[in-house]
Design a protein. Structure first.
Length: 66
């Protein structure tokens, strides 16, 4: 018998994915990162990935997204 499991949530999100989920622009995501609302990691010189858990925490806290 096979176990039905939910698809794994990715650990990292792009700026665009995060912006779409929050209903803001990628620039606003950058501001949230700068203010410490979201935790991100920089890969190379231009690629930024945001931790999915920090986005979920942000939404749970009910932070203003505009």
């Amino acid at each position: 018998m096979m176990n039905a499991t939910a698809p794994a949530t990715p650990k990292w999100m792009s700026r665009r994915e995060t912006a779409d989920l929050l209903g803001v622009t990628p620039r606003t995501v950058d501001r949230y990162i700068g203010r410490g609302y979201l935790h991100a990691t920089k890969l190379g010189t231009q690629i930024i990935r945001i931790e999915t858990a920090s986005v979920e925490d942000f939404l749970r806290r009910g932070e203003v997204t505009r």
